[in-house]
Design a protein around this ligand. Sequence first.
Ligand code: PLP
Length: 385
Amino acid sequence: MAPQIQSERIKDILPSDIRRLFDLAQGIKGIISLGIGEPDFVTPAHIREAAKKALDGGQTHYAPSRGIPALGQEVAKRYQRDYNVTVDPPKHFFDFNGGIQALFYVTFATINPGDEVLLPDPGFLCYPNLVLSAGGKIVNYPCPEEKDFKPDFDALEAAITPRTKAAFLNFPCNPTGAHLYPDEMKRLVKILTQHDILIISDEVYDNIIYDDYHSVSALQYGTVDQMVVVNSFSKSYAMTGWRVGYTLGPEQLTNAIERIYQNSQTCINTPAQFAAVAALTGPQDSIGKMVKSFDERRKIIVDGLNDLRNISCFMPKGAFYAFPNISGTKFKTSRKFSEEVIKQAKVVSVPGDTFGQRGEGYVRMSYATATEQIKEALERIKGIL
Ligand SMILES: Cc1ncc(COP(=O)(O)O)c(C=O)c1O
């Protein structure tokens, strides 16, 4: 008999169909991808230089598991400056290989089998897989289009039970581009903390915000003992390939994570940490330039989508994704729409049901793509509707 390879934990992880769609797109000549969730900019020069300098200066060794001290200190300064929040880095800070690894370790270190975890629907597709792999039970809270994809607060509160252990928040949101005003974040944090629910606030897009919205952190409305903030350098500094993210969370959790980390990862890439410090201490104008450019493209894609027959699109308030409602088109379902748009228009989008049941009827299109490509993609889609 062959050995049983997969653990029960891994078997639970939902299969993703995105890969299949991207495979379908592979090899099609002239394809335009609106599928990828990363800035199309190169990391700013001063950040790249800092990594080179670190390498040339011999920073080629293991770093502390919690990161080089300067990294935690600079993150703490940033939270103080931007959010008026005080954290003590050695106690509350931990660095990771990107926000996604932070989410993995946080889930692993906090969720017990049978714990209920509140997840946004639609929401980032990793959350349900992480919760399932920890043996947790997914409880979705709706973030419907009629509420600008913000949480339905009553439904969220009604979903809370004595077994609710944690809630994932994600503002600005991937895939919808929804964001919250400060009073809405305050209300959300209040509901959850009143029930002693651990907040896991994924704030990786917190610098990419539009219109009358502003950066807001859950930490502004609660204490570091009540929540874990997950953040990353990937999106704000166009550093997706460097893999630097972090958490700010309860000391007890940071200590627990360190124990697992020392047995699995040791530390993150040392020169990349020096680059991240330079990102925080150097000029911040690259963020503004990038956001300005995303903003221009946001308007082009959303206006263009709204001009298309039977498609309507919410104007995103953060991140770089449009989430058009395509349920009125002849393709009707997200999957059919994405498939036909790849085949007939040679444009890649991600079907909305990938992000949860309530994502059905929508597709996600990243506008971190050259303007000309966005315009061309819209023209092509127009031709097949
Ligand atoms: C909502 C959200 N959280 C976390 C991540 C992880 O980003 P990274 O691991 O590059 O920091 C992403 C990346 O797409 C994301 O969209």
